[in-house]
Write a protein that binds this ligand. Sequence first.
Ligand SMILES: *[C@@H]1O[C@H](CO)[C@@H](O)[C@H](O)[C@H]1NC(C)=O
Ligand SMILES: *[C@@H]1O[C@H](CO)[C@@H](O)[C@H](O)[C@H]1NC(C)=O
Ligand SMILES: *[C@@H]1O[C@H](CO)[C@@H](O)[C@H](O)[C@H]1NC(C)=O
Length: 439
Amino acid sequence: MLPFSHVALKMVSTFISLWFLGTTISKDMRMDAVFPPVVEPSDSGLPDGHLLPLGCQREPDGPVKEYAEPLTPIEFWNLHVKDYVPLVYRQAITKAPAATNWRSDEYIREKYGDLDVLVETKNEDRGTRPQRMTLNDFLDNYKRKDWYVVSLLPDPMRADMQVPRSLLCGTFKKTILESNLWLSAGGTKSLLHYDADHNLHCLMSGRKDFIMIDPKYDDLLVMNEKRQYSGSSWSHLDMNRIDLLAHPQVSEVPWTWATLLAGDCIFIPAGYFHQVRSYGRSVAATIMWAPLNKFNDSDCATTDIDAYTALSDVQLQWTYKKGDKSIDMGFVNVEVELRGNLLDLMAERNDTKLTKELFTVYYQRIVVDEDQDGEDIDEEDLEVIDKMFGVLDINKTGYLTRQGLENLDIEILKDVARILDEPHGPVKENDDVGTRDEL
Ligand SMILES: *[C@@H]1O[C@H](CO)[C@@H](O)[C@H](O)[C@H]1NC(C)=O
Ligand SMILES: *[C@@H]1O[C@H](CO)[C@@H](O)[C@H](O)[C@H]1NC(C)=O
Ligand SMILES: *[C@@H]1O[C@H](CO)[C@@H](O)[C@H](O)[C@H]1NC(C)=O
């Protein structure tokens, strides 16, 4: 058994889902031009919407609830995040320089052209890893190539991006994982899927349409094989042609919809199905944070959430700056998944020391138990465990105390996460970076 072949748990959370956002140019532009889609009564005796895009099979329940101004963090938690209810904020980031500047390829080229991004093909190809290239190379070619930037937002670009007030205090602000950049010439159509983390998807330029489906309809949506600890998955349904003879139950699935224009944001809760379509050039930035079941608002009374806050002014767990070897996208929240779970396991076992033996129990829970064949830990797992525990055990004493783990530098935890998950996209050696810098 290869550990990497099924390390699909939360450890690869967004990684998996972003991977499958490969897109296809629609074959039926007529239907795409209409959003939300309308049910076309069938005159052939076949079910309404048979072999038409998702949404044509049943009337929507309505648009996603929207607000003219972002809620306070406490309202956002109580009314939406706690219960995983999506929302749309209109014109939430209009003060962000990105809302004006990123409309122009020339601006992006001049200020950020030398930064690397990961690029996927629009034609879905699950077996192909993303390419890595500079924004300049992307912008030179993207209008005629099948390319789609789906990448960590490079650090310098964070200065242009605003954090809406809803995230500016409490647990939200402390658990921001990463921000992603989405840039294409249009004609993208994602699969129906869900992600492991909460996501605020903000559009800087262009238009994007969303079909949203409650996770409780999971059983009706022809999902990819379920993995017990995985936070993300996708549907095998063909978004361009829903085959109602093969999957008649799709007509029973209620859905809501949203159209984002520049300056708007949509909150896509962790685990919530969404299918995304774009037509012309669009640029978006997303902010992702961990789905936790408690919200600590202790700093909210003393934080000025209405002070303009750039994304460069808040802490993110995974970042990319020029010269970094890998673009660490879609890794776990190491505070929650590593430090938190390991501390919980110690408490559960009433152990004062985290030994390799106890770490093996943790590993078994997150990686091996998920294997439905019920295979046990094998040689390769043991090697991975040795490697991971070797990084954690900074004092080389063979154990970590509670306090040692509580105070362990987050960079050590990130190195441990990197052992479990392969980098998303090519890794640049320092030499390559040097060469490129000299060009
Ligand atoms: C909430 O956060 C504050 C500040 O980080 C901390 O001191 C406090 O113990 C936390 N409260 C709970 C209930 O976790
Ligand atoms: C946990 O361990 C301590 C020290 O060994 C012991 O005193 C205590 O009774 C144990 N608690 C539980 C719940 O097992
Ligand atoms: C390493 O040793 C130092 C000094 O004894 C201690 O303070 C720290 O907690 C230890 N760290 C770990 C992870 O065990």
